[in-house]
Write a protein that binds this ligand. Sequence first.
Ligand SMILES: *Cc1c(COP(=O)(O)O)cnc(C)c1O
Length: 377
Amino acid sequence: MMHGASPEETALREAPSILTIDLSALAENWRTLSRRCGRTECAAVVKADAYGLGIERAGPALWNAGAETFFVAHLREGQILREVLPQAVIYVLNGLLPGTAPAFALAQLRPVLGSTPEIAEWSDFCAAEKVDLPAALHLDTGMHRLGLSVEEALRLAETRRLLAFTPSLIISHLACADEANHPATRRQHAVFSDIARRFPDVPASLANSAGTFTGPDYHFDLVRPGIALYGGAPIAGAAPLRPVVKLQARVIQVLTAERGEAVGYGAAQHTKRETRIATLSLGYADGVFRSVGSSDARPGAAAIIAGRRCPLVGRVSMDLMSVDVTDLPEAAVERGDLATLIGDGITLDEFATVAGTISYEVLTALGHRHLRRYLGG
Ligand SMILES: *Cc1c(COP(=O)(O)O)cnc(C)c1O
């Protein structure tokens, strides 16, 4: 009966869950943002394995769309990206760990230097090697997470000629731009503009996805979108660009529970009527947080089955979850069918909100247990 099935068809049939990543949508989202920014360069943030979606596939898709500058968090991520993008400009946001300058130089990676000791180490390395290797400077404009203080930056502006390298970019990061009109955003902009003026020959970059949507005066010379590329809403409540991910799981059993029966661990939810339950092969070990589960006190997430929204019932287990399919026609759901948890009208942000978190955490938690299907690219 299964003769003639291709390896892909076989893998698909056997997959308990499927994560579909649309590289064409990713590329289109980059082009949309790049157009929005006019002459400002649009980079791409691909840290944490391209927000969990696979840097080795996302990187080349973004490069082919036109992105030339990339941001990762770690040296190792930069080395992996360098393998697939020999020509790209790659910045490492978490900067330089002691003794790692040779590894940066070898892979032609640019550290984002956020402290005086880091700047000294990079400068000393450049002086010893007699090379001027580009690096970015990170300025703290009020987030107090990474970067030079305003005082340190002002001092550096005065003593810059002592550096053995030429800074290629000066960046800062917005803490609150995902909330429209947050007063901290304006303040950070003012501080950043003031410092950037003192490095007039160094390109400046302030905006993440949210900053990119905040307004053209936030664009400076280069924008650094991440989440908007991957289909997350850039600003709370704003429409996302094209969705990039779809998460589906198999129905592995359909059963009936009488009215008043308990479903799942902890007997957290009881049926209010005779209930047909579809059990899905997906759980918190697949990155679907327990917090999307349902209880008598609080509804949880939904799944799309046969084109209809069906509510979760009971807690999410490690490898399983239950969905109330009573309202579907009897023949509409069978063992082996696919249910959609993210996609088909359920946005990434809707799912994240039910989970009590943000789209970023949902994406980076999806993990490698699903069959991954890449479309386009
Ligand atoms: C993660 C990150 C970005 C991208 O942020 P998004 O909100 O995903 O667009 C930009 N800049 C820095 C410094 C970052 O850490």
